[in-house]
Design a protein around this ligand. Structure first.
Ligand SMILES: [Cu+2]
Length: 123
């Protein structure tokens, strides 16, 4: 019985890993907005789509997070290396604006760290 529970747990873990992996493969270049800001749209649903976004440094970035789920996991998005964080209300769009000054690869993630993405800042 205990073995069955362990196997069920492993199977569930694998399923979650596959779902997260499947949601975590798209990559996109930002688009210039009408005011010169770099526009990025990110769907938040069991991860971030896309989860790799390229922007140029020293230009304003405007990221719209479209969160199509509730629950605790993706309630917050945090960019630890950029000092940016925001709450993302369920089933709403939340706009984040900032200007990256340093080139590099900056992670963003959810509250629990299960969903991750990268902002690639180029010179
Ligand atoms: Cu999460």
């Amino acid at each position: 019985m205990e073995l069955l529970l362990v196997l069920a747990g492993v199977a569930l873990g694998l399923t979650v890993a596959v779902v997260v992996w499947a949601a975590c493969r798209s990559s996109r270049q930002s688009r210039p907005g009408t005011d010169g800001a770099q526009e990025v749209q990110i769907l938040v649903r069991r991860g971030y789509v896309p989860n790799r976004v390229r922007v140029r440094r020293e230009r304003p970035v405007r990221i719209t997070f479209d969160r199509q789920e509730n629950g605790e996991c993706t309630e917050w998005v945090v960019f630890p290396g950029l000092g940016v964080a925001s709450m993302l209300p369920a089933f709403r769009r939340t706009v984040l604006e900032f200007t990256p000054h340093t080139p590099g690869e900056f992670e963003f993630r959810c509250k629990l760290g299960a969903c991750r993405g990268h902002l690639i800042v180029t010179a």
